[in-house]
Design a protein around this ligand. Structure first.
Ligand code: HEM
Ligand code: HEM
Length: 305
């Protein structure tokens, strides 16, 4: 028993009950605020979502499902390689670019650790996916679902937050449009977090920052180093909350939206989602050093130091 008292797990004895009490307090307070007559009137004015601009298409196009899947696949491996770079001091293998063939430069040949080589290769694919996504959402009108178009997005987001806190969750239909809190979070993820990851990443990358001299004066290297890791923490936290809410607010219907482009409660989207998870697990297992060395060997020389 004294052993347990000394271990760090002992903190759980008070931390868990304290968390339960705080959570219950938040729910009760939110209920109290929500039931005030003035707040009820306010909730009628700001129900949690704004009307979408005329011409915004309804529903989810097929390309969105594919791009969302590719984003998840690349994101999984980018986070894995980022974590490896963050936690490993001495890497087992390095990659040196062959400066023959198509890519000839005057600079010394680029030399990267194998995890960084994989990180940068995945980043290239991830950025391509993102460029195709941005072009298609603006070409199709889908953009208005994830970009705020009026200031009432803020009171509406507070309204949605209050409704979530009472545990009587908003039951909007994502097929027609997202609620204001979802919209803001998707906007921040796509148009703020992703560009910060890209700019700070390019700034830290040895070969790219030499070539992109126009960006480098605007992004000090110290900022890049300090920001890049917290952006990963943001992406991981966002994905956790996102997937919990997808599951808790009508799993089958939500999965049908994104994975089967239909608005019903059949199991189709769920099976497509499960297949996508299988591909992600397969990619995780396949990304072993032997396989990576073989692929990296195509464009450079892999060595132990
Ligand atoms: C175009 C996009 C990106 C580029 C060019 C890029 C580039 C880089 C580079 C060059 C490094 C090595 C830094 C060093 O040598 O210390 C690095 C590390 C890292 N990257 Fe990225 N990255 C990108 C996107 C991302 C994304 C989207 C995430 C996570 C969601 C991420 C997570 C990380 C992490 C966690 C590290 C380790 C940082 C540390 O040691 O603190 N990167 N990245
Ligand atoms: C593999 C786990 C994931 C699942 C099951 C999932 C599920 C979904 C679903 C069902 C929607 C539509 C929401 C609705 O109908 O109300 C959605 C939208 C979205 N998800 Fe995910 N998601 C996952 C991973 C991610 C990741 C890793 C990111 C980014 C880091 C992401 C970013 C987004 C964005 C930006 C949207 C809005 C897309 C748009 O309408 O243009 N998701 N997701």
């Amino acid at each position: 028993m004294t052993e347990f008292r000394k271990s760090r797990w002992f903190a759980l004895v008070w931390a868990v009950p304290a968390a339960v009490v705080v959570a219950a307090g938040v729910v009760i307070l939110a209920r109290f605020i929500r039931d005030l007559p003035a707040v009820q009137d306010w909730l009628v004015t700001y129900p949690g979502h704004s009307p979408l601009p005329a011409g915004t298409p309804e529903g989810f196009p097929w390309w969105l499902g594919w791009l969302h899947f590719l984003n998840s696949l690349f994101m999984l491996l980018i986070v894995r390689t980022g974590w490896q770079i963050h936690t490993t001091k001495r890497h087992e293998a390095y990659w040196t670019r062959n400066n023959s063939g198509l890519i000839r430069t005057k600079n010394p040949p680029t030399r990267l650790s194998l995890p960084l080589w994989f990180h940068l290769s995945l980043d290239t694919l991830w950025v391509l996916t993102g460029v195709v996504y941005v072009v298609l959402i603006f070409a199709s009108g889908h953009w208005a679902r994830i970009v705020p178009t009026s200031w009432d997005v803020f009171p509406n987001a507070i309204s949605t937050g209050l409704q979530y806190a009472t545990l009587e969750w908003p039951t909007e239909n994502g097929w027609e449009g997202y609620n204001a809190l979802q919209l803001l979070l998707y906007f921040v993820t796509v148009f703020i977090a992703a560009p910060i990851a890209i700019l700070t990443g390019i700034r830290m990358s040895p070969a790219w920052s030499i070539r992109l001299k126009r960006i480098t004066p605007y992004v000090p290297i110290a900022w890049a180093r300090r920001l890049h890791f917290p952006v990963m923490v943001y992406f991981v936290a966002f994905t956790f909350v996102h997937v919990v809410l997808v599951a808790a607010t009508g799993l089958l219907r939500n999965l049908n939206h994104m994975y089967a482009n239909r608005d019903d409660v059949s199991w189709v989207g769920f099976w497509v989602f499960l297949a996508s998870v299988a591909v992600m697990v397969g990619a995780w297992i396949a990304a072993r050093p032997v396989v990576l060395r073989a692929i990296a060997g195509l464009g450079g020389t892999v060595s132990r130091r």
